[in-house]
Structure formats: structure tokens, C-alpha cells
Ligand binder design. Structure first.
Ligand code: ADP
Ligand code: MG
Ligand code: MG
Length: 198
């Protein structure tokens, strides 16, 4: 069973990997975006960790809703409300339980991913974060490692896609041949989860 401390460790590990990969995320956002994704994610997750450290929430659900709220209020780009919605909706699904199972985490994240698609009007195949989030959450029913692997593969599948949502869609066919920055950051969130689950 996973307690609130596990979820704080997940968010802390996510912030660390985003810090390490921030330049790469921004580079991916250069040809098909506005070159700020690494910075956006860094700003958001720095705020998340600061808040979680100042006032550690008592339950897994509260960790995720607090993190989601921080992302929404600290990130100006599209990714802030989208990731914020993912975590807030997942946190809400986990309710007030002090501990949750891996299966409850999977179904909570699945609800969060659905909410991202609703907010963004997007679906897998549109060359967005959903192309990593959906396979990642699906593979979570097998293991944390399988989820990380599936999300990474999902991010790679965005390379040949033409973007249908977000800034990259303005480029039309010229968006083809580039990996989506948001799908890449999503795969990092699953990598952080696999790391803390070891
Ligand atoms: P912005 O595009 O506002 O600068 P970011 O660069 O931080 O914001 O985030 C861009 C990422 O957000 C994209 O790579 C994509 O994965 C994701 N994204 C953008 N629009 C949508 C959408 N409608 N649905 C899902 N994800 C989206
Ligand atoms: Mg951007
Ligand atoms: Mg921007």
C-alpha cells in the first residue's frame, strides 16, 4: 500500500528529473512550440515541492490535489492547467484514504487522464501528452516499470505524428518529425514513479 509519504517522494523525484531534463524539454519545444516547456515544468514542480515540504498533506489524495493546484497557479502555459487537472482529478479519485493500492493509483490516474482529454479536447494520436499518459496508465496495471517503459515508447510514437492540438498544430505538416515536449515530460513523471517504487 502507498501512503502520503510515497506520493511526496514521487512529486520530489518528478521535480528532480524535470530539473535534469529541463533543457531537453525546452529544446523539444523549440521547433514545434515556443521554447518554454522545460522552464514551465521546472517552475511548476519547484512550487509543488516547496508547498509539499512546507505543509505535508496527510493523505495520498491530498498530496495530488495540492500538487495539481500548485501547477495550475504557477504555470502560465497550456501544460499547467492540463497537468494540474491530471493530478487534481486523480487526487479527488483517491479520496481521503490514508493508504491506497497500486490499482487505486492506476484508476485514479486514469480518471485524471480522462479529465485532461476533456479539458484539452484531445485524444491519443493528436501528438500531445496523452500519447504518453494513456499507454503509461494502461501499463500501470502490470507494474511501475512497465508504465515507465510504455510512456517512454508513447512519447517516441509522437515523432511521426502531425499535431492536432496545442501550439504545434499551428505548424500543420511541419510538426511532423519532432517529438512532443509534453509527451516527453509525461514519460518523466512515470520514470519518477518507477524510481520511487523501487
Ligand atoms: P505552451 O504550449 O502554452 O507553451 P507548454 O510548452 O508548457 O505550454 O506545453 C506544451 C505541451 O502541452 C505540448 O507539448 C502538449 O503535450 C501539451 N498540450 C498542448 N495542448 C494540449 C491539449 N489540447 N491537450 C493535451 N495536451 C496538450
Ligand atoms: Mg511551450
Ligand atoms: Mg508558452
Amino acid at each position: 500500500m502507498l501512503d502520503a509519504a510515497f506520493f511526496v517522494r514521487w512529486m520530489t523525484a518528478a521535480a528532480a528529473v524535470i530539473d535534469r531534463e529541463a533543457d531537453r524539454l525546452t529544446e523539444l519545444d523549440s521547433p514545434i512550440g515556443d521554447a518554454d516547456h522545460g522552464r514551465n515544468m521546472q517552475r511548476g514542480f519547484t512550487a509543488v515541492v516547496k508547498t509539499l515540504e512546507a505543509e505535508p498533506p496527510a493523505t495520498p489524495g491530498a498530496v495530488l490535489t495540492t500538487a495539481g493546484r500548485q501547477l495550475i497557479s504557477s504555470v502560465g502555459g497550456a501544460s499547467g492547467p492540463l497537468y494540474g487537472t491530471l493530478l487534481r482529478r486523480a487526487g479527488k479519485a483517491l479520496g481521503e484514504a490514508a493508504r491506497v493500492s497500486a490499482e487505486e493509483l492506476r484508476s485514479g490516474l486514469a480518471a485524471g487522464v480522462d479529465a485532461v482529454g476533456q479539458l484539452g479536447g484531445s485524444a491519443p494520436g493528436d501528438k500531445t501528452m496523452l500519447d504518453a499518459l494513456v499507454p503509461g496508465v494502461t501499463a500501470l496495471s502490470a507494474s511501475f516499470d512497465a508504465a515507465a517503459e510504455a510512456a517512454e515508447q508513447g512519447a517516441l510514437t509522437t515523432v511521426p505524428m502531425q499535431a492536432r492540438k496545442g501550439r504545434a498544430s499551428y505548424l500543420g505538416e511541419r510538426s511532423i518529425g519532432h517529438q512532443d515536449p509534453g509527451a516527453t515530460s509525461s514519460s518523466l513523471l512515470f520514470a519518477a514513479l518507477a524510481e520511487v517504487a523501487k
